[in-house]
Ligand binder design. Sequence first.
Ligand SMILES: Cc1cc2nc3c(=O)[nH]c(=O)nc-3n(C[C@H](O)[C@H](O)[C@H](O)COP(=O)(O)OP(=O)(O)OC[C@H]3O[C@@H](n4cnc5c(N)ncnc54)[C@H](O)[C@@H]3O)c2cc1C
Length: 385
Amino acid sequence: MSFVESPERVALRQVVSDLGRRYGFEYFAKAARAGEHATELWAEAGRLGFLGVNLPTEYGGGGAGLYELSLVLEELGSAGCGLLMMVVSPAICGTVITRFGTPEQKQEWLPGLADGSRIMAFAITEPDAGSNSHNITTTARRDGDGWRLTGRKVYISGIDGADAVLVVARTEDARTGRLRPTLLIVPTDAPGLEYRPIEMELLTPERQFAVFLDDVALPADAVVGSPDAGIDQLFAGLNPERVMAAALSIGTARYAVGKAVAYAKERTVWSTPIGSHQGLAHPLAQVHIEVELARLMMQKAASLYDEGQYESAGEAANMAKYAAAEAAVRAVDQAVQCLGGNGLSTEYGLAPLLTMARAGRIAPVSREMILNFVAQTSLGLPRSY
Ligand SMILES: Cc1cc2nc3c(=O)[nH]c(=O)nc-3n(C[C@H](O)[C@H](O)[C@H](O)COP(=O)(O)OP(=O)(O)OC[C@H]3O[C@@H](n4cnc5c(N)ncnc54)[C@H](O)[C@@H]3O)c2cc1C
């Protein structure tokens, strides 16, 4: 085990960071305020091979792993322009198709996901089944050789810019009533699929949508993997999602702390810069430590996943996502505090990070559900629900 990043990873970190800094938070915020996607950044990151760095080389990817993909998102986030759809398109959808797709599905989707020319959204959350995925009612019914899909999803990120959405539906296990998740690729222009934006207090180019699926007809090969493969196949995508959510939180936290430290070195209202007052210096040091710890756990989770240690990776991914979200919430709050009134001004661009960091405590899996997982799985405590 080495804590020294390979020269390749160091170099990747540098070129991604350079790209992120060329665009920066101003570009990101302008696109979000105009209701536009971060199209130019996404396209350039795709062309440079950053979006598909984890996908197999035979399908146009970089042949590296989740470690590299999370590194890319962390660096873009730390430049103020973390691309939320990286959590979904290459990480969840790309991974699930790579691990469980047919050769035809891989050929159809992976090259486009790898170079960013095609985007896939992901839909599991439902109005009456948020944290409790076992309650989802979106149902895939067999119809001849194909399927009919009916249901409703909420908070689906970026479906307006996506070519397709990977929908988690249920086919019932009649004996137990337990969810047997089936993953279906649904083109966003399929008849019967509609979406409407949900107004959010988040300044991101990717918006969230309510999605309506009304008897959408799909071919047999819309299903990725086996319809009966169960929960493991779903978590093949959800654990990378957690690692990537951690990367986004860590990137955001690094960006905020960087801004605050630069400001605290300059701003002087007594005889020394405000950063010399321990009332500001200590909390900044504290959040820096917390971010570094979360980062280590994220790197551990990604490394375990890349080594095929999926069970341990699952536990570490949950812990990393928890630690990163908590660190980011505290880091952004402290950064805002450091800037005083400027912390809430539009000019300094820190205030929008308050809700962005806060979202990391809720999505893609809430803080409480991670604590439930750790209590039950790591500690063996009985469950209350
Ligand atoms: C910015 C953003 C982007 C998103 N993007 C996507 C997307 O692309 N695709 C997608 O499918 N979903 C997406 N989501 C949805 C997200 O995954 C859900 O919001 C999240 O899983 C929580 O579900 P919920 O909102 O229904 O909350 P609920 O499940 O209703 O939970 C409400 C509260 O109750 C707590 N709670 C629930 N059950 C328990 C329990 N057993 N023990 C203790 N506490 C409990 C929760 O932790 C939470 O605090 C997104 C959400 C946001 C905010």
